[in-house]
Design a protein around this ligand. Structure first.
Ligand code: ADP
Length: 489
């Protein structure tokens, strides 16, 4: 079987920089592809949070030149490796644009020069490949930050002899984030005005970077089969459903895998006791420690966990609406998240009133995320939409039963508990359909009633813990799609 040279381009990559699931994917899929024998390299920006010493980065390109509209700009490129592998990671450096602690925004407000930053990045990706003299078969782009890469290949760089026949795959991790900028800034892209057209990069009078990826890539993917169908509907398409229906034949859903070297209670260094399906006792210790450390009462009641960006997409308005009922029940709730200030205030206030029942941590804390996965009994994801969702997959591995709304990747991975689904060995969680606080509360109540039934609960836990959502399967699907992209004219 022919092996490919793949340049994987992402604005965030674990372990170097992360704000959400994209970074997890970008940190794991390249490794899985490399394990299949493909020749993979990764390109990302060199943010201020990335330590040169820790990752032993070397400058490999002293200077690349990138034109931003009328302004000639320059940058340089550093090389590192994914820890424990030989897979090269190239970091595009431009101090003005990337030497910042946050990736896209501060205090909930997007940086004003995000267009300049990611235009620079996208052009620099192509210039870097040329300088490295590395011609990939495929450039795999991700989300709006990289939407100009396929665009440039089919426009400004279309006659570049070095980049001839390079194919692109564009993955949508969340269609709600589109990279929209005012028309007045369009010139920064350096594209001709013919591109500012509704069939190309224009979106209701604005410049849309995600459209560059959707219009010009050879194959489009998104991160679950259900989401690939949902985004072709008005309800979920965020205005791009028409374009996606138009490109329906090139649009595929591939569910994300998870990295069991990172998310695995048998080897997890962040949790107080290790455990696995053959020995569950450590999970009890993880729960007690979590309760103690987070100020909750140490007792045997269902502990419901949540780790999330505090964004309305995640169904937090429903959680807000049921909070009064939740605190009157014999359950506990622990949430870790950061995002919209209205949720910060609400959850902080509630935790202040019920410190033994509700624990709230506002911030981004990877170690605590692992502790919550291990210590909770139930993991809550009542999302309005969820392209794939990773936490429900982590939860399965940690024997923490997901309680989810039936949408996107949640619908594809979580099978609702019913006695017959359990008997068939399929049930691995609790699922509700309607986006309403009543449906959520009813499901939590049903779940809490089942919690004392040890045998049943254990069976559900074990069903999930034994499932395999490793990247290997998904990498094989991407391999097929790369082949398809390469056969595109
Ligand atoms: P999204 O990409 O929409 O944020 P995903 O479920 O796909 O949602 O991925 C979220 C990832 O980010 C998971 O790995 C989750 O554990 C992590 N995460 C989200 N918020 C936090 C936080 N406040 N602290 C630590 N990890 C977080």
């Amino acid at each position: 079987m022919k092996k490919f040279k793949i340049a994987f381009v992402s604005s965030e990559v674990v372990p170097f920089a992360k704000t959400g699931g994209l970074a997890d994917v970008a940190g794991a899929l390249p490794k899985a592809l490399s394990e299949l024998g493909h020749d993979v390299l990764v390109i990302m920006p060199k943010y201020g949070v990335i330590s040169e010493d820790k990752y032993r980065l070397n400058k490999v390109i002293e200077r690349i030149d990138v034109q931003l509209g009328d302004w000639p700009m320059e940058g340089s490129v550093y090389e590192g490796r994914f820890p424990g592998t030989e897979i090269p990671v190239y970091f595009i450096d431009n101090k003005d644009f990337f030497n910042r602690q946050e990736l896209y925004q501060v205090h909930g407000k997007d940086y004003e020069d995000n267009l300049e930053r990611f235009t620079f990045f996208s052009k620099a990706v192509l210039e870097t490949l040329k300088k490295l003299d590395t011609k990939p078969d495929i450039i795999h782009c991700n989300d709006w930050q990289t939407g100009l890469v396929p665009t440039y290949l089919k426009t400004i760089y279309s006659n570049d002899p070095f980049l001839q026949d390079v194919k692109t795959v564009f993955t949508i991790h969340n269609i709600g984030y589109q990279g929209l900028f005012p028309k007045e800034k369009f010139h920064i892209t350096g594209l001709g005005w013919d591109q500012f057209h509704y069939e190309r990069l224009e979106f209701h009078g604005k410049l849309s970077l995600i459209k560059g990826g959707l219009v010009y890539s050879d194959v489009i993917t998104t991160v679950s089969k259900t989401y690939s169908r949902e985004i072709q509907t008005e309800e979920y398409g965020h205005g791009l459903d028409g374009l996606l229906r138009h490109r329906n034949e090139d649009l595929y859903g591939v569910v994300n895998g998870i990295d069991y070297n990172v998310w695995n209670p048998m080897i997890d260094e962040h949790i107080p006791a290790k455990y696995g399906p053959d020995n569950l006792s450590g999970k009890g210790r993880c729960k007690k420690t979590l309760q103690r450390e987070s100020g909750l009462a140490v007792k045997d009641v269902p502990l419901i966990g949540m780790i999330t960006r505090l964004a309305s997409q995640k169904g937090l308005d429903l959680v807000q609406e049921i909070m009064k009922d939740l605190v009157s029940m014999d359950v506990q709730f622990i949430i870790l998240g950061t995002g919209e200030p209205v949720y910060h205030e609400f959850f902080k206030k509630t935790a202040g009133e019920y410190p033994k029942k509700i624990s709230v941590t506002i911030g981004f804390d990877n170690a605590l995320a692992h502790k919550i996965e291990a210590g909770s009994d139930i993991f809550l994801m009542p999302s309005k939409y969820e392209p794939c969702g990773l936490n429900q997959l982590y939860s399965l591995k940690y024997g923490t039963i997901p309680l989810v709304r039936k949408t996107g990747g949640l619908a594809d991975t979580i099978v609702n508990y019913t006695p017959s689904n359990l008997k068939a060995g399929k049930a691995n969680g609790f699922v509700f359909k309607e986006y309403s606080s009543k449906a959520l509360l009813d499901t939590i109540k049903d779940t809490a009633r089942l919690y004392p039934r040890n045998n049943l609960w254990h069976k559900l836990m074990l069903n999930g813990m034994k499932q395999d959502f490793s990247w290997h399967h998904s990498a094989l699907e991407y391999e097929k799609l790369y082949r398809k992209a390469i056969s595109c004219q």
